[in-house]
Write a protein that binds this ligand. Structure first.
Ligand code: GUN
Ligand code: ZN
Length: 443
């Protein structure tokens, strides 16, 4: 029988928007397959499982791993290049970088990228590759090796892209289907496929319609961008004059639905919001990217209040950081800034809500909340070990004597990758700060 472990620590667990629990001396029992058998008070759990090997994180926080619902792997080398807005930025930096994303380049970049995500406490990411099919295979291979949980897709573009990146419609569909067939559900469900038509301007109606059929056929995800920048909106209006709105372009193509993740959604009218809620489509909020590329202020509270499922996304390289801490605090700051707009309506985004969005909310958005997002019996053991010492101004303090509100607030407003000591996915130690970021898995 595989070994049973009992992780002991301060367990901070999101349970709903704006709500979480704290077990000051908590225990998580993980079986040999990486499933959590019990989560509760350490002494009670210890009595139930006396023979489990104790892994002692008594002076540490244990949190569910973070979920990045929107990120571009080939753009990692182009991170944090400030100045240009979306369409110019794509042309200047991004399309050349994606063109250069050969399988050889992917083989160098992927281990850095995945290890870096894990070192920031990200255990699950929804990832765009480039149009190159073989590079997408390489990305999946590295996701498999590094142990991260990932939803990955080959980018599709059959119009209005530079010639070197432009695909023939049927070849784009065929290549995407091939990658999906190889990887969707691989590593016992840890790896999943997302059909990835880049955004409406670079995708024909025929391509988008066929994506809807294929994704349905394989039970795979769809990911694309929506309403990020005013110039993009104008372009979409010119390209799709028969539609009512940007969201309507995707609706008519059959792309909206519960397994579709739309990034940004900054400029969406009330009719579009209705389309999104009626179809159960989910949204990735990317506050650091929306500010960095000067795209706009997303009405987060308003979209949450109509029942949309919303996760957080780094949108690297549009966003300048992988850090979920920075993204959580940016979501709060953006909302605070919106209070000063004349048309502002709606309540607050609290630290607890930001944590929820980065964990359980993201899992719900991806329809994975049966498996991940919080620390509950029956879910898989995706969690991180955080050192709270750095969150206290006093060097002698352990940090854990702080109240849960203080810990959470300081973690979100001060935290970065230095407080993440270990990252576990499905019970496997995938990152350990003690080994200077070297992956503990055999790779
Ligand atoms: N819209 C279309 N492609 C992209 C991209 O790569 N990044 C962002 N932020 N927006 C996009
Ligand atoms: Zn993006």
């Amino acid at each position: 029988m595989p070994q049973m472990r009992l992780f002991r620590g301060h367990i901070l667990n999101p349970i709903a928007e704006d709500r979480y629990t704290l077990h000051v001396d908590g225990g998580i029992v993980v079986d040999g397959s990486g499933t959590m058998l019990e989560v509760g008070e350490y002494h009670e759990v210890k009595q139930q499982y006396p023979s489990a090997t104790v892994v002692d994180y008594s002076d540490r926080l244990i949190l569910p791993g973070f979920i990045d619902t929107h990120i571009h792997l080939p753009q990692y080398g182009m991170i944090a290049l400030h100045g240009k807005e979306l369409l110019e930025w794509l042309k200047t930096y991004i399309f050349p970088a994606e063109r250069a994303f050969t399988p050889e380049v992917a083989d160098t970049l992927c281990p850095l990228f995945f290890r870096s995500l894990l070192s920031h406490g990200v255990t699950t990411a929804a990832i765009y590759c480039s149009v190159q099919k073989d590079s997408t295979h390489v990305a999946f291979e590295w996701a498999e090796k590094t142990g991260i949980r990932a939803i990955i897709g080959k980018v599709m573009m059959d119009q209005n892209a530079p010639d070197v990146l432009l695909e023939n419609t049927s070849e784009s569909l065929q290549a995407s289907e091939d990658v999906c067939r190889t990887w969707h559900g691989a590593a016992n469900g840890r790896l999943l496929y997302a059909f990835t038509p880049r955004f409406a301007p670079t995708c024909s109606r025929a391509l988008m319609r066929a994506v809807s059929d294929l994704a349905g056929q394989y039970g795979a995800y769809i990911q694309t961008h929506l309403a990020e920048h005013p110039a993009e909106l104008q372009w979409v209006r010119e390209l799709f004059p028969e539609t009512q709105s940007y969201t309507d372009v995707y609706f008519r193509a059959g792309l909206l639905g519960p397994k579709t993740m739309l990034a940004h959604a900054i400029y969406v009218s009330s009719d579009e919001r209705r389309l999104l809620t009626e179809t159960g489509t989910c949204v990735s909020h990317c506050p650091t990217s929306n500010l960095f590329l000067k795209s706009g202020l997303m009405p987060l509270r308003e979209l949450m209040d109509i029942g949309l499922r919303i996760g957080l996304g780094s949108d690297v390289g549009g966003g300048p950081t992988l850090s979920p801490f920075e993204i959580m605090r940016s979501a709060i700051y953006v909302h605070t800034a919106r209070r000063f707009l004349p048309d502002f309506r709606g309540g607050d985004i609290s630290p607890a809500t930001a944590l929820y969005m980065a964990t359980l909310g993201g899992a719900k958005a991806l329809g994975l909340d049966d498996t991940i997002g919080s620390l509950d019996r029956g879910k898989e053991a995706d969690f991180i070990i955080v050192n709270p010492q750095r969150l206290s101004p006093f060097s002698t303090a352990t940090g854990t004597e702080l109240s849960s509100e203080t810990l959470l607030s300081r973690m979100i407003f001060q935290g970065d990758d230095r407080i993440v000591e270990r990252t576990y996915v499905r019970g496997d130690l995938c990152y350990d700060r003690r080994s200077c970021g070297k992956n503990e898995r055999e790779i």
